[in-house]
Ligand binder design. Structure first.
Ligand code: EPU
Length: 429
C-alpha cells in the first residue's frame, strides 16, 4: 500500500491547476445511461473513483473511450471521455461494486427512467456514517416507481414509465437531488423538486442534461422544475472545477504561508469557506486565471464554524479546517451537522500534536504553537488530506499511510504540491 512522506515547514509558492470536480464528474458519467447517444465529457479528473465508475458503467453496457491527448495539453489537464450506453445489457448494480463507491447507487435513477427497472444493491455503511437511501426511495415512489427491498437490493420498477410529480425532500440531499433530476428528465409531465440541494455540482449536471435535451430550470436553487421529454441525445460538457480541491489547497497555503494561484477556481464555488479563510488570516483575490491565496503576515485567528449544505461551509472541508486552526492563536469550535461520524481525523491530528476535544458533533480545537511530524493513518478521503496539510506545516517528517483514500479524490496531489515547494513524495508498496 502506498504511503506519502512529507517534510514540513516550507511555504507554498506557485500555481496549482484545479482539476475537474469529482462530485460533478461522477453524476455526469452516470447521466450517460439516460441516452443511447454519445455523451462526451471534458476535464474529467484522473481519480480512482472515476476509474471505478467506468467499471460499474461498463457492467451495464456503457462503452467508455478515453480520447487521446491534444496539442497544447499537458499531463495536468483532465481527460476527455466518450460514454455511450447504446444498449443497456444489465440493470443490476451488484453489491461488490456499489459497496465500494456509494455514488454508484445513483445509477438507479437513469436505469429506472430509461429501462423501466433497476436492481441496485444497498450501499451499506461507510467511514463517515450510516448514510441511508430513504430519500431516494421516496422520490422515486413519488415519480410512480414500485420499490421493494429484498436481499440487500433495492428493486425499482416502472413498467409504464415514470410520471412527473412534486417531490419534497425532508432534508437537503445532494445524491437524491441528482437522482430525482435525472429520473424526472425522462418522466411524463412536470416534476417540481422542493428543498433541492443547491450545490454547484447540481447546476453543472443540470447544464449537461439541458445540452442533452432535458427541460430543467432552477437547478442551483432550492426549487427545480423539470418538464419530462421522451428521449435525450448526444452532448459535450466540461466538468466544473473542484471546489473541495480548491478549498483544500487554499487551507494548505494559509497554514504553511506563501502565495498560491489556484488556476480555474472562482469565488462563486466556495462562498462561505473563503470568508472563513479570510477570517483565519488568508488574503483571497479573484484574478482572470483563478483564485490567488496568500497568507498575511499575522498569526492564524480562531473561528467558530458549522458545516451546512451549500452555500454554507461544506462538510467536505471540515477536516482540513480543523487541521488549519489546530495552529491558531486561540480556541475554535467546529460543529459537524451533515454526517454523524466525520471526526476520524481527530485522533490522527492529535498524533501530530493537535489539541482537539470532541463532544458529540462539536470539536473544540485549542491552537498549539507547533505540530510535530509523525506516522498517521488515512481513514477517509477528506480526513486523509487534512493529515497531508497538517504534515506540510508540521516540523520534521510525517508519513501518511493508506493513501488509496486520497487517490479516490485528489489528482496527483504530490506532484501539485511538490511543484509549489513542498517536500512530498509517494512511497510505493
Ligand atoms: N441522507 C439520508 N437519506 C438519504 C440520503 C441522504 O438520511 O436517502 C442523509 C445523509 O446520511 C446525510 C445527509 O442526508 O446525513 C446529506 O447527505 P447527501 O445525500 O447530501 O450526501 P451524498 O449525496 O451521499 C454528497 C457528496 C459527499 C458530500 C455530501 C454532502 C458526492 C459523490 N458525494 O454525498 O462527498 O459530503 O454530498 O455535501 O457528491 C466526498 O466527496 O468526500 C463526499 C463524501
Amino acid at each position: 500500500m502506498d504511503r506519502i512522506r512529507i517534510v514540513g515547514g516550507a511555504p507554498l509558492m506557485g500555481a496549482i491547476p484545479i482539476s475537474g470536480a469529482k462530485n460533478a464528474a461522477l453524476p455526469l458519467m452516470i447521466a450517460s445511461l439516460l441516452t443511447d447517444e454519445t455523451l462526451t465529457l471534458d476535464n474529467v479528473p484522473r481519480l480512482a473513483d472515476v476509474a471505478m465508475l467506468k467499471r460499474i458503467l461498463g457492467n451495464h453496457g456503457v462503452d467508455c473511450m478515453v480520447l487521446g491527448k491534444r496539442a497544447g495539453q499537458n499531463g495536468l489537464q483532465g481527460e476527455s471521455i466518450e460514454l455511450r450506453a447504446g444498449d443497456i445489457v444489465d440493470t443490476v448494480a451488484p453489491y461488490e461494486l456499489v459497496s465500494r463507491m456509494r455514488a454508484s447507487f445513483w445509477v438507479i435513477g437513469p436505469l429506472l427512467a430509461r429501462m423501466g427497472e433497476a436492481r441496485v444493491s444497498l450501499p451499506g455503511g461507510c467511514a463517515i456514517g450510516t448514510r441511508p437511501v430513504d430519500f431516494f426511495i421516496a422520490a422515486l415512489r413519488d415519480l410512480g416507481a414500485e420499490i421493494d427491498i429484498d436481499g440487500g437490493y433495492v428493486i425499482a420498477r416502472a413498467k409504464k414509465g415514470l410520471r412527473g410529480n412534486r417531490i419534497v425532500f425532508p432534508k437537503t440531499t445532494v445524491g437524491a437531488t441528482h437522482v430525482a433530476m435525472m429520473a424526472a428528465s425522462l418522466a411524463r409531465g412536470e416534476t417540481v423538486i422542493e428543498n433541492a440541494a443547491r450545490e454547484p455540482e447540481i447546476a453543472d449536471v443540470a447544464a449537461c442534461l439541458v445540452k442533452m435535451g432535458a427541460k430543467i430550470s432552477g437547478a442551483g436553487t432550492s426549487t427545480i422544475r423539470i418538464d419530462g421529454v421522451d428521449r435525450l441525445n448526444a452532448a459535450r460538457h466540461a466538468v466544473m472545477p473542484d471546489r473541495i480541491e480548491t478549498g483544500t489547497y487554499a487551507m494548505a497555503v494559509t497554514m504553511t504561508g506563501g502565495d498560491l494561484l489556484l488556476e480555474g477556481a472562482t469565488l462563486a464555488i466556495l462562498p462561505t469557506a473563503l470568508d472563513v479563510l479570510t477570517a483565519v488570516g488568508a488574503e483571497v483575490t479573484a484574478t482572470n486565471e483563478g483564485l490567488r491565496i496568500r497568507r498575511n503576515g499575522n498569526g492564524l485567528a480562531p473561528v467558530d464554524v458549522t458545516t451546512e449544505p451549500f452555500p454554507g461551509f461544506p462538510t467536505d472541508l471540515q477536516a482540513q479546517l480543523m487541521a488549519l486552526v489546530s495552529r491558531a492563536n486561540g480556541t475554535s469550535h467546529i460543529r459537524e451537522t451533515i454526517f454523524e461520524n466525520r471526526f476520524m481525523h481527530v485522533q490522527e491530528l492529535a498524533r501530530l500534536g493537535a489539541d482537539i476535544h470532541l463532544d458529540g458533533q462539536m470539536a473544540t480545537v485549542t491552537g498549539v504553537d507547533r505540530l510535530k511530524g509523525a506516522q498517521v493513518m488515512a481513514t477517509d478521503l477528506r480526513a486523509s488530506v487534512s493529515l497531508v496539510i497538517a504534515g506540510l506545516a508540521a516540523e520534521g517528517e510525517t508519513v501518511v499511510n493508506r493513501v488509496y483514500h486520497l487517490d479516490r479524490g485528489f489528482e496527483r496531489i504530490e506532484d501539485k504540491l511538490g511543484a509549489c515547494g513542498a517536500t512530498i513524495e509517494r512511497l510505493s508498496g
